[in-house]
Design a protein around this ligand. Structure first.
Ligand code: NAP
Length: 255
């Protein structure tokens, strides 16, 4: 059987890095993209020379860079089966006081980045006879998130996009699954733009390896939504009944 090929954005750290390792160990050939080429080189070393991993330095905010990354996947591996549109960044701070540059970086990364990745990948997925796209969202997408409003709204965009694409691409045999993730121990919370005040430290935290294992397992199914853990599903369910409770606690925590 042909070895399947996965393209991962944000593979230089955290969840993307863990996905690259997990998919590689599961027999996938991996196209690992991110901006930091040195971190991708470390990933390649960690995966080992006996496995096929193609590091591609690419910025998801640049449409042409993602087109080139997919062109490299086609050139090296001839096909594409799975896409994990994972690259993302956080932001914290009052909307009216935030630097516009930070808001713009978040929007260009979390929104444009997913659009560029999907638009570049779909033609090769179609040519390969179908595939599976995973969008990476957050439990924040449906929560009231004072002082993280732009991040939460960007993930609401991702989830909404994912749900619509699922039907749009169904006839092309391309599955689309939205992965809802809660707090995970990665560089994310340190790299967050804005005021950077640390909050939610006491929340239950997953490891990126746990999230990667869940995404790998989800390739065997065709689920609209993949919850990384039951706790997040419960949080969103509770939020239906008491919509502002979490937001009010988070607001206190921030101040
Ligand atoms: N960690 C959490 O608690 C958590 C919770 C819910 C959802 N998520 C989501 O999970 C995803 C992965 O985050 P993580 O936790 O693994 O964070 P992370 O460790 O900070 O990783 C983020 C990745 O995105 C890449 N990236 C950022 N801007 C980029 C750009 N312009 N172009 C290309 N790549 C870019 C980074 O690579 P370079 O800097 O090398 O480009 C890095 O590999 C994000 O979408 C995040 O919103 C995380």
């Amino acid at each position: 059987m042909t070895q399947p090929v996965v393209l991962i954005t944000g593979a230089s750290s955290g969840i993307g890095y863990a996905c690259a390792i997990a998919f590689s160990q599961a027999g996938y050939r991996v196209v690992a993209t991110a901006r930091r080429a040195d971190k991708l080189a470390e990933l390649q070393q960690a995966v080992g020379s006996q496995r096929d991993l193609l590091p591609v330095a690419a910025d998801v905010t640049q449409g042409e860079a993602m087109v080139q990354a997919v062109a490299q996947a086609r050139q090296h591996f001839g096909r594409l089966d799975v896409v994990i549109a994972n690259a993302g960044i956080g932001h914290r701070g009052a909307l009216a006081e935030a630097r516009w540059e930070d808001i713009e970086t978040l929007l260009r990364t979390n929104i444009d980045g997913v659009l560029h990745t999907v638009r570049a990948a779909v033609p090769l997925l179609k040519q390969s006879g179908g595939g599976h796209i995973f969008t990476i969202s957050s439990v924040a997408y449906d929560l009231t998130m004072p002082y993280a409003a732009v991040y939460a709204a960007s993930k609401a965009f991702v989830t909404s996009l994912s749900h619509s694409l699922r039907l749009e691409l169904e006839d092309d045999h391309i599955r689309v699954s939205d992965v809802i993730i809660g707090r995970t121990a990665t560089e994310f919370n340190n790299n967050r733009l804005g005021l950077g005040k640390r909050t939610g430290e006491s929340l239950p935290t997953m490891t990126p390896d746990q999230v990667a294992a869940i995404i790998l397992r989800a390739t065997r199914a065709n689920r609209r939504t993949v919850f990384a853990r039951f706790f997040d599903r419960l949080t969103l369910l509770g939020n239906l009944f008491v919509p502002e409770l979490i937001g009010r606690v988070a607001r206190k925590d921030y101040r």
